[in-house]
Design a protein around this ligand. Structure first.
Ligand code: G3P
Length: 217
């Protein structure tokens, strides 16, 4: 399972990159706005920090402008994945860019039907938003299960990239279902390390070792 950081905070990205566990980064217009930084230089910096795919989203909803934006973003670095919304125009752009070998991440997916269209359009990644479905009392994980099952019936090359992740449970449930990627806020990834029994057991090891008065070095 690949872990992507869902953030535009370069300090968090550097921190996670240093763990060796980070496989990529996803951004979106809201995360860019939150960073307060200029879009293109920020994406250039992120592409220099991680080797894996960095998703940068188009801003327009018009096909012609979206295509021009996507071509500009793709030119930033080899590891750019152009993010497009799951609309008719977005999937037309996806088809054109993916046919030319550009990675495309199709975002704002909320149904299996949308996911089928994205795969047929040659998407590199499909981003179903589990948290936002949970927010309206739908079962986000049911969508992931449906997409993984449906994709398994065909030779689609699209990876299921679980997005709108809100908790470690989303990560674990996605892994149980065989999703390819989870993109998470950095703190959700960090929560995976934590367990009270690990902390308690380590404290006991440290104290018992201290009692020996020995040193390894
Ligand atoms: O990548 C999509 C993600 O940023 C959306 O998350 O929590 O705003 O639904 P959220």
């Amino acid at each position: 399972m690949k872990f992507f950081a869902d953030t535009s905070d370069v300090n968090d990205i550097r921190d996670l990159e240093s763990t060796g566990l980070l496989d990529g980064v996803t951004t979106n217009p809201s995360l860019i706005a939150k960073s307060g930084r200029e879009f293109i230089p920020l994406i250039e910096e992120i592409c220099g920090i991680v080797k894996g795919p960095v998703s940068a989203e188009v801003a327009s909803t018009d096909y012609d402008i979206m295509l021009k934006e996507g071509q500009k973003l793709a030119g930033i670095a080899k590891n750019i994945a152009v993010k497009v919304p799951l609309t008719e125009a977005g999937l037309k752009v996806c088809k054109v860019l993916s046919d030319k070998g550009t990675m495309v991440n199709v975002t704002l997916c909320f149904s299996p039907g949308q996911a089928i269209l994205a795969a047929k359009a040659g998407a590199t990644f499909i981003s179903p938003f589990v948290g936002r479905l949970d927010d309206i009392c739908h079962d986000g994980m049911e969508l992931i299960a449906d997409i993984v099952d449906i994709y398994g019936n065909y030779d689609f090359n699209t990876e299921v990239l679980v997005a709108s992740v809100r908790s470690p449970s989303h990560i674990i449930d996605s892994a149980r279902l065989g999703a390819d990627v989870v993109t998470c806020p950095p703190d959700v990834i960090r929560k995976l390390y934590k367990h009270p029994l690990t902390d308690k057991g380590l404290a006991a090891f440290v104290e018992d070792w201290r009692q020996t008065g020995q040193s390894i070095l």
